[in-house]
Design a protein around this ligand. Structure first.
Ligand code: F6P
Length: 534
């Protein structure tokens, strides 16, 4: 029997087994199914698993070549096969003296040089030696970027807000919707605003359009010569940065072995470094590095990203889950689900194996989430009583950075209770025993047996944060290896971009002939007739 068949059979059994009974028959279930590493405690005992399930999943990891894949990633092999690239965001946070080779060349000196350049620049902005064209210190930093060139620094800036300077306001503009940049520019003054144009390719339509609007806003007030003191760029594409008119001395490079959604650790984190300072940024890299070392060296049964990745595969491929919720009980992590949507869904939203053949199993899930307790008052109803199986990750700090009365105890009580409720449910007899009207009993009954992980850490620090993000990066990697897909390309975003280029001139000229399907033709016609007649 193949491991695939064995796991399908295992899933058939587990679908008929209630977790409540598994807890009742195994007083050591928590001991068996929890892990500690670095700052984290992961309780994964409230999952639809038995020791046999985990044994089979670990066998699946071995048979999928996960060990070799981890080594291949860290050693700079070109595991992004469709783009023929190495995948080395881990080199960006390599805090050891070990070299990391790509095509026989050690990339660490270049990485350290850019870190030093970021250090000098971020210090200069923070201590006001870098000034605007009229000699005023910078009060507002605007990062213009989208996808990985926005979500990482934007999410991290929120997560680490406690450590951020109050002297500078930070803004993130990503959307092509003019409302995004208009609202930010309305809050800023040209003389004291610094724009960081962040784009790996420096060809992204949204970013270049927003950057052009920002430059026009600045030069209208201060003239062309001001660009030098108010615009810097982060990119892999020097030529395009120069063509845009940014002085190459004001450019921070990174490399094509850093995927966009993995670029927070590179110069894409420049706004963050200005916000939290170099030392905190390095702490963040150190936390990520420590998680890298854990992932690289821990045996699979004690390896947190491996265990979380295997559970992800278990639910998606074997138990029939379509989605997955990440629910941080930490207001600082409120953008984490949005960040993880790109990380997970852009990486593993694939239906073709590495050999080009279609998969015949489910791959990456639909990820969503909101911070607790807010989500409890909106979509949790469906997680508790709906018809979908939705595995959940709860994430929380044991201590708040803002201990306020008993808020944090209430927050944690809610999280622990949600996990318990999802697992245990409430039987009709329990409802009846409460004296509930017989007609209402079906509505007030909870099936339970719904899985969750709880990930606890002590308190939010840059180091913990770095480790947390790296944990999820590696979890996504594990799943991609087992599904045998390329987690590092994103061809699925291209078709819409291409078609938008065809549609744009059609929207701007009402006589342009249309040759789409008749729905698309009618929509274009409706929009252009209305817009061009105003
Ligand atoms: O369109 C998707 C994407 O390529 C993402 O992968 C990337 O993070 C984002 O666009 C932005 O790309 P860039 O940094 O090159 O502007």
């Amino acid at each position: 029997m193949t491991i695939y068949t064995a796991l399908l059979q295992q899933a058939d059994t587990l679908k008929k087994t209630h977790m409540k009974d598994l807890f009742a028959t195994d007083p050591k279930r928590f001991d068996r199914f929890h892990l500690k590493t670095g700052p984290f405690l992961l309780d994964y005992s409230k999952n639809n698993i038995t020791p046999e399930t985990m044994r089979l999943l670990l066998q699946l990891a071995e048979e999928s070549g996960l060990r070799q894949a981890i080594d291949a990633q860290f050693s700079g092999q070109k595991i992004n096969t469709t783009e023929n690239r190495a995948v080395l965001h881990t080199a960006l946070r390599n805090r050891s003296d070990n070299p990391v080779f790509v095509d026989g060349r050690d990339v660490m000196p270049d990485i350290r040089a850019v870190l030093a350049q970021m250090h000098t620049f971020s210090d200069a902005v923070r201590n006001q030696t870098w000034r605007g064209a009229t000699g005023k210190p910078i009060t507002d930093v605007v990062n213009i970027g989208i996808g990985g060139s926005d979500l990482g620094p934007a999410m991290a800036m929120q997560a680490l807000e406690f450590y951020k300077t109050d002297a500078i306001s930070f803004h993130f503009v990503s959307n092509i919707d003019g409302t995004d940049i208009t609202r930010v520019l309305n809050k800023c003054r040209p003389e004291t605003t610094l724009f960081i144009i962040s784009s790996k390719t420096f060809t992204t339509q949204e970013t270049l359009t927003n950057a052009t609007t920002a430059r026009a806003w600045l030069t209208a007030a201060l003239g062309d010569t001001a660009v030098e003191k108010h615009f810097v760029a982060v990119s892999t594409n020097k030529t395009a940065v120069q063509a845009f008119g940014i002085n190459p001395d004001n450019m921070f490079v990174f490399w094509d072995f850093v995927g966009g959604r993995y670029s927070l650790w590179s110069a894409i984190g420049l706004s963050l470094m200005i916000g939290i300072g170099y030392d905190h940024f390095i702490e963040m890299l150190t936390g990520a590095y420590e998680m890298d070392m854990h992932f690289k060296t821990a045996p699979f049964d004690k390896n947190m990203p491996v265990i979380m990745g295997l559970l992800g595969v278990w639910y998606t491929t074997y138990m029939g889950a379509e989605s997955y919720a990440v629910l941080p009980y930490d207001q600082y992590l409120s953008r984490l689900p949005a960040y993880l949507q790109q990380l997970d869904m852009e990486s593993n939203g694939k239906s073709v194996k590495k050999n080009g053949h279609a998969v015949d199993y489910k791959t990456g899930p639909i990820l969503f989430g909101e911070p607790g307790t807010n989500g409890q008052h909106s979509f949790y109803q469906l997680i508790h009583q709906g018809t979908h199986l939705i595995p959940v990750d709860f994430i929380a700090p044991v201590h708040s950075l803002n201990e306020t009365g008993n808020h944090h105890a209430i927050l944690l009580a809610n999280m622990v209770a949600q996990a318990e409720a999802l697992m245990r449910g409430k039987t009709a007899d329990e409802v009846r025993a409460e004296g509930v009207d017989e007609a209402l009993i079906p509505f007030k009954t909870f099936s339970g047996n719904r899985p969750s992980n709880i990930l606890l850490f002590d308190r939010m620090t840059p180091r913990v944060f770095g480790a947390l993000v790296a944990l999820y990066e590696h979890k996504v990697f594990v799943q991609g290896i087992i599904w045998n897909i390329d987690s590092f390309d994103q061809w699925g975003v291209e078709l819409g971009k291409q078609l938008a280029k065809v549609v744009l001139p059609e929207l701007q000229d009402k006589n342009k002939p249309l040759a789409h399907d008749n729905s698309t033709n009618a929509l274009i016609d409706h929009i252009r007739t209305n817009r061009l007649n105003v």
